[in-house]
Design a protein around this ligand. Structure first.
Ligand code: FAD
Length: 294
């Protein structure tokens, strides 16, 4: 199923993100975790692509398994910046052969140490080039792109970031998923600005439940997200107690999602990090709102 078919129904729903294993030995445990999440019947599941593409086969294996065994629509991520055209074209053919209809087209982070390198000879510089190739692949994919309510760290300012986002959407994005954020007002301001800029495709907000004090620093570093005082206090108070932090993180994410639904968002994407218990706990907190048993 193409995700746009579901998104256009405007039904309140949760989708979940999982990531592939980094090694062969971790494959079975990751597969099991993703199956437990699939059993929760989310609207769809996205499977990330390892930076540099080293674990690309696992992305496809996990995505295909969820789709075929559990009937959950899947979104396979694909990055391009550290790959050659040949590799990317082979991955696109693999996705098509696996019968996966939804692709999240990403540039990927610039490999460490190459931030200031001359990129003129690189096969890919931005996600838009991958989006154009997916569009021309003849596979009729439903294509997603990434967007950043708090501005991509490489952008000089938000106007420039939104200008490039509009180009990306015009090149063929059918929907956009946001980077995580912990203050919904940042998302609402962003939505206002992108709608004003003429971006009309569905936006799927991404919410990350922080359930472990150690996760905070890494998550903030990767995303550059602003931490509201309410969130900081919660981490200060409960960050060293795993069970309490998990409960507080799930409650915070649940609160964020309820507010998003109350303000017109229909599908929220939860960065569930291969944790079925966290995904299920959020679902249970929202069972009457979603009209679904968890
Ligand atoms: P782009 O759209 O290319 O944007 C990157 C920067 O370049 C922005 O500052 C943008 O404004 C600017 N820009 C865009 N187009 C142009 C242009 N034509 N000219 C000049 N500047 C331009 N990483 C992974 O490795 N694997 C994953 O599975 C993965 N999943 C993700 C899912 C989501 C929802 C998000 C938000 C991010 C994900 N990432 C993933 C991280 C992502 O790869 C990085 O954030 C990366 O730095 C940017 O990717 P992009 O597709 O947004 O790039």
């Amino acid at each position: 199923m193409k995700l746009t078919e579901f998104l256009n129904q405007k039904k309140l729903a949760l989708s979940f993100e999982v990531f592939p294993p980094k090694t062969d030995t971790a494959f079975e445990s990751v597969k099991h975790a993703t199956e437990e999440i699939a059993k929760l019947r989310p609207s769809f599941m996205s499977v990330t692509y390892g930076a540099g593409g080293g674990t690309s086969q696992y992305t496809l294996d996990i995505a295909r398994n969820i789709k075929e065994q559990y009937g959950v629509p899947t979104l396979a991520h694909l990055t391009c910046v550290s790959s050659t055209k040949e590799t990317v074209h082979a991955r696109i053919a693999d996705i098509k052969a696996a019968g996966i209809q939804n692709v999240m087209a990403l540039r990927g982070d610039i490999p460490a140490g190459l931030e200031n390198a001359d990129r003129s000879h690189w096969d890919y510089k931005h996600a838009i080039e991958l989006i154009r190739e997916l569009k021309d692949s003849g596979a009729n994919f439903c294509i997603g792109g990434a967007c950043y309510p708090e501005v991509h760290p490489e952008s000089v300012n938000q106007s420039e970031d939104i200008l490039h986002l509009k180009e990306k959407v015009d090149a063929g994005c059918d929907f956009l998923t946001t980077q995580m954020f912990f203050d919904n007002n940042l998302l609402y301001n962003f939505l206002y600005k992108i709608r004003e800029a003429g971006i009309t495709v569905p936006i799927i907000p991404g919410v990350m439940p922080i359930t472990n004090g150690n996760q905070v620093e890494r998550a903030i570093k990767l995303s550059g997200s602003f931490m509201p005082q309410r969130f900081k206090s919660l981490v200060d108070k409960f960050g060293t107690s795993p069970a309490a932090m998990k409960q507080a993180g799930i409650a915070y994410a649940t609160d964020q999602i309820i507010d998003l639904f109350a303000n017109g968002i229909t599908n929220v994407h939860v960065y569930s990090m291969n944790k079925p218990d966290v995904a299920a706990a959020i679902g249970r907190n929202l069972s009457d709102i979603l009209g679904q048993e968890w």
